[in-house]
Design a protein around this ligand. Structure first.
Ligand code: ADP
Ligand code: MG
Length: 468
């Protein structure tokens, strides 16, 4: 029995860590995740701190100096008591294999290939992001035209610096330029995060010469998200030299960032000033017309792709264009969701369904949704009392409503699993996960269940009490 308890504990820890890692991936982006966050493992959870493992000292220092705060904040969402993080260095399998791989020759081969591997892995220009499918409006016209210009008149603006908030099309434009110039030039497309990663890897494996050659050999260098290139003096030094060497030999450099050069933090002044030396353009938030255009384009694209006739109505298109204003990525995400809905249910979503499907994107005030309100509404719906819901009794007529309320709390609020557990009479968070999964499964199998959930969501979000 003791053993099974231990196993259960381990399972619990792993599960949470996966969730935390997925959250970090969303927050920091795939690149940062793949380079660093993925390499962190959870070893043990203590009352107010946790012990994590990373494969090398360097990775520990890197993570500590850049991401520790965000990691801690995310962990706190799941367990408020955690106030610090400790790291342990645990060489991973990969490294141990390398070590036992004693022969100098094979080691050498490995070194030579890693930059090449990196090239294949990270220099892939996305063929789906081209000028032809970049829609133009007031907010992105200048950036678009500058990008076209460097693609047609090499080195006309050098460097070209494009900046703007997330999801506004910077990477799309860099891809488009890369795609076009790749027809007859040597193009290198890399994110700043990756550039640094390769740099550090090269130092560690004594491959700096190859690294330099590799980057200085290109006709076009596209660097995405330069704001991540902060700190680390030696790296900036190397970047600066690469940058100058490329400009000297007439290569084209294009840089993207989330802010203008003078606002970059912890980046050397001379690098900033070289960025400002070329053309600096920005992309702004999409205006209504562009949003409408993108939605329409996306819907038509999906209709052609699936060759069905489920066309989202003009009313819904208008609604989404006026409500989802933050960025283009979210706008496209919203359309994808609506189209998936219509394909699954074989019908076009109504306005009120749209509101539910896009709830988190529409900025409907989440604070209105309290656990207490959810519990009250669910109890009323299933005609049980709140005491019964919160009791430990396991009769079937109580278990389902309880699980339903837990499920709704998870999807309609940002409360963490332990927080939800506390609000349901101190239930363990594994119980909470179990409830959420049970309802998810039932919803798929049982139309009544799924119908009840939609009704309840509607009541909770829009307080249409009369529907009970
Ligand atoms: P950023 O790099 O600025 O964060 P992305 O270039 O990744 O943004 O764009 C986010 C998503 O929106 C991508 O799928 C991209 O193809 C799409 N997108 C952005 N701008 C446009 C546009 N003007 N026309 C069509 N699609 C766009
Ligand atoms: Mg980007």
């Amino acid at each position: 029995m003791n053993n099974s308890k231990i196993n259960k504990n381990i399972e619990k820890i792993n599960l949470e860590w996966n969730i935390i890692q997925s959250e970090m991936k969303l927050q920091l982006g795939t690149d940062v995740y793949e380079s660093w966050i993925k390499k962190i493992n959870l070893i043990e959870e203590f009352s107010n701190y946790i012990l994590l493992s990373v494969p090398t000292r360097f990775i520990r220092d890197w993570i500590t100096s850049r991401y520790l705060d965000q990691i801690l904040q995310t962990i706190k969402k799941y367990k408020k008591e955690i106030v610090r993080i400790e790291f342990k260095i645990e060489e991973n399998k990969e490294k141990i294999e390398k070590k036992t791989d004693g022969l100098k020759k094979s080691n050498e081969n490995q070194k030579v290939s890693f930059i090449k591997d990196a090239y294949f892995q990270y220099n892939r220009i996305d063929p789906n992001k081209r000028f032809e499918n970049f829609l133009i409006g007031q907010s992105n016209q200048i950036a678009f035209e500058a990008s076209k210009k460097v693609s047609n008149n090499f080195s006309y603006y050098n460097p070209l610096y494009i900046y703007g908030g997330v999801g506004l099309g910077k990477t799309h434009l860099l891809n488009s330029i890369g795609h076009k110039l790749n027809e007859n030039k040597k193009v290198m497309f890399i994110s700043a995060e990756r550039f640094m990663y390769q740099f550090v890897k090269s130092i560690k494996s004594n491959e700096m010469v190859k690294f330099k050659e590799y980057f200085r050999n290109t006709d076009v260098l596209l660097i995405d998200d330069i704001q991540f290139m902060n700190g680390k003096e030696a790296m900036q030094e190397e970047f600066f030299h690469t940058f100058n060497a490329l400009l000297d030999k007439g290569s084209q450099i294009i840089v993207s960032a989330d802010r203008p050069p003078n606002k970059l933090s912890r980046i050397q002044e001379r690098i900033k000033s070289r960025f400002s030396g070329g053309l600096v353009v920005d992309i702004q938030k999409p205006e209504y017309d562009l949003r409408r255009k993108i939605i329409n384009h996306k819907i038509n694209e999906l209709i052609t792709l699936y060759s069905d006739n489920l066309k989202i109505s003009d009313e819904i298109q208008d609604f989404v264009s006026s409500k989802v204003t933050t960025n283009i990525r979210e706008l496209i995400g919203a359309i994808n969701r609506l189209v998936s809905f219509s394909r699954i249910y074989k019908k076009i979503p109504s306005l009120s369904e749209t509101k539910i499907i896009l709830k988190d994107l529409l900025n409907l005030n989440e604070n209105n949704v309290t656990i207490d309100a959810i519990q009250t509404i669910v109890c009323k719906f299933f005609k049980i009392s709140k005491n019964e819901m919160l009791s430990s009794r396991r009769s079937r007529y109580l278990v389902r409503p309880r699980q339903t309320a837990i499920y709704l709390t998870k999807i309609l609020t940002t409360k963490s699993l332990p927080e939800i557990g506390r609000e349901f009479s101190n239930r363990d968070h594994t119980t909470i996960i179990h409830s959420v999964r049970t309802i998810e499964k039932l919803k798929e199998k049982n139309p009544d269940m799924s119908d009840n959930i939609s009704k309840l969501k509607n009541i909770i979000l829009y307080k249409k009490d009369n529907e009970i």
